[in-house]
Design a protein. Structure first.
Length: 160
């Protein structure tokens, strides 16, 4: 059982310490905050604190945990009752939908590469396959520099 399965199976509803902390968090929340996201982040923090295992927001928030639940369970924010059968169904791309993506492929692409893998990609001139490898445009900023709004600070040895 991996860390994400343990996270999904953790009994947050019956954990008294979590429920007490959650009530303190939710009492100060205004309407502009996404309550589902806040609940999920609170669960992630609490789970990481008590187990000592770090979990990433991207993986927990990915469709393997949230989109596999029926919409009514997502509204309640209850991640603990994820249907088991839907996970396998959702990993298959939808036929005839050109925008569909296989979730197993997404997770394989999103994993961190080792130094050796990155080196091999650079040496084979396949830098486009390195995650988060942005192309920085050449040249300098062409805009006019902004003017200072405040006077420069005086050095300690300078007098007023």
């Amino acid at each position: 059982m991996n860390v994400y399965e343990r996270f999904a199976a953790y009994p947050f509803d019956t954990d008294k310490a979590f429920q007490d902390g959650l009530s303190d968090i939710l009492k100060d929340v205004n309407e502009s905050v996404n309550r589902e996201e806040l609940l999920l982040k609170a669960k992630m923090f609490y789970f990481s604190t008590i187990t000592g295992q770090q979990i990433s927001w991207e993986d927990v928030n990915s469709s393997t945990l949230t989109e596999t639940m029926p919409h009514s369970q997502t509204d309640k924010g209850d991640i603990n009752q994820m249907p088991e059968g839907n996970a396998a169904k959702n990993e298959q791309p939808i036929e005839g939908n050109p925008g569909s993506v296989n979730l197993a492929d997404m997770h394989a692409k999103a994993r961190e590469l080792t130094f050796a893998e990155i080196t091999a990609l650079i040496e084979s001139n396949q830098t486009h396959l390195i995650p988060n490898n942005e192309i920085i445009p050449g040249g300098i900023n062409e805009r006019e520099p902004s003017q200072a709004k405040e006077k420069p600070r005086k050095k300690p040895w300078e007098k007023d």
